[in-house]
Design a protein around this ligand. Sequence first.
Ligand code: NI
Length: 195
Amino acid sequence: MKEVTNSNDNVINLCKQKNNYLPNTCPDMTIRPVILYPDPVLRKEAEFITRITKDIRQLARDMLDTMYDARGIGLAAPQVGVSKQMFTMDCGQAGGCAKIFINPVIIDSSEETEESQEGCLSFPQQYADIERPFYCTTKYRNLEGKLVKESFEGLEARCVQHEIDHLEGRLFIDHLHSFKRQILLHDLKKLLANQ
Ligand code: NI
């Protein structure tokens, strides 16, 4: 997910300081290209991860580097062309840190919803108001393979839902009415044609 406020610089500064927490990974920064809509990999259901191998740890590290480089707050593996159930998130919140989610599922979400602007790294410069539950609880494995149950609210809950959507081949534009979606896709097409 792409943050839409003006605090991006602060988020990035925060993130860079925390960027060395992953154990046993390569010290080099590896930025992978972000796959853009309408690449079909974004519509595939991502594969369940059965073992946390060296490749998975390297992918996690690369995804964090890629996410920070693109100034995103969340990135799903299909967005770097790997159809596996993993995403990274760092909303830059005080006391928080970058998180890796493996095989995540939402086990509970609130009836209370919030509408807020949302963007996606696979849809450069496109933003739309999306209504989502304000709280959600997820179950996932961390990079050490430990099963974690965790609740989120606000921006983090929004990001978690956005990224889990990606792992199911669902995109933020799917939450829009068709007219709004058509305008957004038209703008995206124009932007990409001019690049
Ligand atoms: Ni996205």
